[in-house]
Design a protein around this ligand. Structure first.
Ligand code: NAD
Ligand code: UGA
Length: 477
């Protein structure tokens, strides 16, 4: 079989080497392209040049080792990245601004810098998540900096990868969306993704395995730039809505002694609903759902479209953390001076990312209430210590059992697999009281009761260790 890494290579520049930029750069190299990845963070670039991955992401170190200094190089020199490139992917942050709108200042800064060093026709590709019409703003910005219209096109190519499975998601995507307003630029994107859409990549002996194959290759959808921009926001907002929906149902289930896990199973078996993203818990976090729901809401407001559904999605999500905090409070009667073991710091499993992590927000609230917290996370401890420095009240443990030692209760905040298979006997002995408050529904209440725990979870009846008794609600509530 022909090797897609030898045929049809495109010179690509990726600007930004974060979760999206770095994964895209390394995966484009894996697909056979020649990539220069540019970042203005000197430390990050130095780390990457040494072959170290600055983020915790499965399969990334292996692919980086395979392609570093061959298919992909790293630099802080923007011109060195731009000059050879036919396509320039912009993958810098678009955080939430004060009004809820996306802050596009990093994108604008990059576009201005690109304009200064243009040396021929290029396609600028929006990979960052941006509001509709950003495509037009980028075009206008290039013109303002004196770049002639025939020197460039702007294309939207939103990214749908999830942290923790980013490499697999990139190379085996559910779909690739290209929003282009002319055929010339759409064709370049088709060429770039051809190893995946024509299935050639999946025939290679060392291709990363996944759901796509030569027989069922990745699908590429070409739309207008505006439609592509909206596809990204609408997809994230829809997934966030699914999570808020199941959390609202969980709260209802709890008040009538029903079980949200059974309900989600029963709902998810309907192919029109689907089983994914129906996990009730602490609510969604991360660097994307909260800011993208806010940004999409802002877009609707700007266009005079009534989309209050999105505010409800956000409100349910925020309330979910309040409810969980109240559960801990109820289970422990009073909080000041109590010692709580917290399992999980990352915003989800399989990542070290703590941006907008519900776990970090919850721990902050516990600390504010005078609780002493001992936390453990398999990947996010180093990053978390920058946000929550170790102190007399905030401690870090080497494993779940050390965190649990002499604690009044243990809370599960992140859905790491290893938290779902703890040695319950050992945990019970380590804790001062066998109380487990699970924000991710990792255990069966019956199993927990049989192991002597008081177990409180989300959307399911709580069970009580025989010695503990069912607490009354706090009078303060
Ligand atoms: P990130 O913060 O991890 O990475 C952004 C990188 O851009 C940083 O390394 C930063 O140093 C660099 N940068 C900023 N300004 C620069 C400049 N002028 N020149 C060169 N480099 C510069 O962000 P991320 O999580 O990768 O997200 C990037 C974009 O992709 C956002 O719009 C986000 O919404 C979107 N997105 C993220 C994910 C995800 O899972 N994280 C998934 C899909 C889409
Ligand atoms: C999400 C989307 O899934 C990606 O498609 C998208 O590209 C990305 O945002 C983005 O635009 O940045 P990610 O934030 O990495 O990916 O993680 P998810 O797996 O979607 O989880 C987001 C949050 O929702 C986490 O806090 C997770 O714990 C929570 N979640 C997820 C639930 O509470 N219940 C669920 O059923 C699923």
């Amino acid at each position: 079989m022909p090797d897609s890494r030898v045929t049809a290579s495109v010179n690509i520049c990726v600007i930004g080497s974060g979760y999206v930029g770095l994964v895209a750069a390394v995966c484009f190299a894996e697909m056979g392209h020649l990539v220069v990845c540019v970042d203005n963070n000197e430390d990050k670039v130095a780390q990457l040049q040494r072959g170290e991955t600055p983020i915790y992401e499965a399969q990334l170190p292996e692919l980086l080792a395979r392609h570093r200094n061959k298919g992909v190089t790293f630099t802080t020199d923007l011109a060195a990245g731009i000059h050879p490139a036919e396509a320039v992917f912009i993958a810098v942050g678009t955080p939430q601004g004060n009004s809820g709108a996306a802050d596009l200042s990093y994108v604008e800064a990059v576009v201005s810098q690109i304009a200064q060093v243009m040396n021929g026709y290029k396609v600028l590709v929006e990979k960052s998540t941006v509001p509709v019409y950003t495509n037009e703003w980028i075009t206008r910005c290039m013109h303002r900096h004196g770049v002639a219209p025939e020197q460039f096109d702007v294309v939207s190519n939103p990214e749908f990868l999830r942290e923790g499975t980013a490499v697999g998601d990139f190379l085996h995507p559910d779909r690739i969306v290209v929003g282009a307003n002319n055929e010339r630029s759409a064709d370049l994107l088709r060429r770039i993704y051809a190893p995946l859409t024509e299935g050639r990549y999946y025939e290679q002996a060392d291709a990363l395995p996944g759901p796509c194959s030569a027989a069922e290759p990745a699908k590429l959808v070409v739309t207008s730039a505006q439609s592509a921009e909206i596809i990204k926001h609408a997809s994230n907002a829809f997934l966030a809505m699914k999570i808020s929906f199941i959390n609202a149902v969980a709260n209802l289930a709890e008040s009538v002694d029903a079980d949200i896990e059974d309900i989600a199973l029963g709902m998810g078996l309907d192919a029109r609903v689907g089983p994914r993203f129906l996990r009730a818990g602490l609510g969604y976090g991360g660097s994307c759902f909260p800011k993208d729901v806010a940004a999409f809401s802002w877009v609707a407001e700007q266009q005079g479209v009534d989309f209050r559904l999105l505010s409800e999605v956000r409100k349910i999500n925020e309330r979910q953390l309040d409810l969980f905090f109240e559960k801990i409070h109820s289970a422990l009667w009073t909080l000041r001076g109590k010692k709580i073991a917290a399992l999980g710091l990352a915003f989800k499993a399989d990542t070290d990312d703590i941006r907008d992590s519900p776990a970090i927000a919850l721990i902050r609230r516990l600390l504010d209430a005078g609780v002493k917290v001992t936390a453990y996370d398999p990947a996010a401890m180093a990053v978390a210590q920058r946000a929550l420095p170790a102190s007399e009240s905030m401690m870090y443990a080497a494993d779940p059992y050390a965190a649990a030692e002499d604690a009044d209760a243990l809370v599960i905040l992140t859905e790491w697999k290893e938290f779902a298979s703890l040695d319950l006997h050992r945990l019970n002995r380590a804790l001062k009281f066998p109380i487990l408050i699970d924000g991710r529904n990792l255990y069966s209440p019956t199993v927990m009761r049989d192991n002597g725990f008081t177990y409180v979870s989300v959307g399911r009846p709580a069970v009580y260790a025989s010695t503990q008794g069912r607490p009354r609600r706090n009078p303060a509530e």
